[in-house]
Write a protein that binds this ligand. Structure first.
Ligand code: ADP
Ligand code: MG
Length: 252
């Protein structure tokens, strides 16, 4: 029995910011239609890893990488790959909700459609994405309002709806709930659970319970090394590496 091909395959990924070497030969895969949690202490390279996957690191002056990243088998650094279309296929949601403050709720979701020249009935698409992000019922009567009139959790779900509008295949989430209260966090976790039926998700989190609740696979990074990756249950109950055990049990 052969396993399904991974959505993303990373081989020998090294990342540098000028002279500092922040990821050391990371090799791993991200399975399709599942949730991968990225955990590890602050500064270990979690965000950098995520940003390499859709070539967002290229927007940081002085950043460079070596190694190969494949999306559905295709080298994302291939000559025929345009980083802007790559970022449409591999979307990103950040820690701080960052809706466009001068655009309405509706326009926040529609903005990517316009930017990418995507056809279709934008009203229908915006409604679908807001429903997918579990936000429609809360905003359907105020689509012209400012996103700043929403709570932090609603703003984050709006950012998820905006990311979904351009029909990504992968969603990268960098601590998407760490600025939110427990109820808003639970909503984001429920949403991640729903979304994995249709999207491949990688989520950075500092919250071990959250990693255990939402993910199928967990990758533990420490000081730029990928120490261990495996099924979430195994990482939390029977890790192979002492450093993984120390981290997941809160020893550091
Ligand atoms: P994490 O998300 O796990 O907290 P990061 O990926 O943000 O870690 O950072 C990994 C390392 O890379 C850290 O040592 C950090 O200081 C460094 N780093 C991150 N971004 C930059 C940058 N834009 N310029 C220089 N160094 C950076
Ligand atoms: Mg980070």
């Amino acid at each position: 029995m052969s396993a399904a091909p991974p959505k993303i395959a990373v081989e020998g990924l090294q990342a540098y910011f000028r002279s500092s070497h922040v990821l050391h030969s990371v090799t791993t895969t991200i399975p399709a239609l599942s949730v991968t949690a990225i955990i590890g202490p602050s500064g270990c390279g979690k965000s950098t890893f995520l940003r390499c996957l859709n070539r967002m690191h290229e927007l940081t002056p002085g950043a460079r990488i070596e190694g190969t990243i494949r999306l559905d088998g295709q080298d994302v650094h291939g000559r025929d790959v345009d980083p802007v279309s790559l970022r449409r296929r591999v979307g990103m949601v950040f820690q701080r909700p960052n809706p466009f403050p001068t655009m309405s709720i509706f326009d926040n979701v529609a903005s990517g459609l316009r930017l990418n020249g995507m056809g279709g009935d934008h009203e229908v698409i915006v409604e679908r994405c807001l429903r997918q992000a579990a936000l429609w019922d809360e905003v359907k009567d105020r689509l012209k309002a400012s996103p700043l009139s929403l709570s932090g959790g609603q703003q984050q779900r709006l950012c998820i709806a905006r990311a979904l509008a351009v029909e990504p295949e992968v969603l990268l989430m960098d601590e998407p709930a760490s600025a939110l209260d427990p109820i808003a966090t639970a909503k984001i976790e429920d949403l991640i659970h729903e979304l994995k039926a249709s999207y491949t998700i990688a989520i950075v989190t500092h919250n071990m319970q959250q990693a255990a609740r939402v993910s199928d696979q967990t990758a533990f990074f420490y000081m730029g090394d990928l120490i261990e990756v495996g099924p979430t249950e195994q990482i939390f109950t029977n890790p192979r590496e002492q450093r993984t055990e120390d981290y997941v049990t809160g020893k550091f």
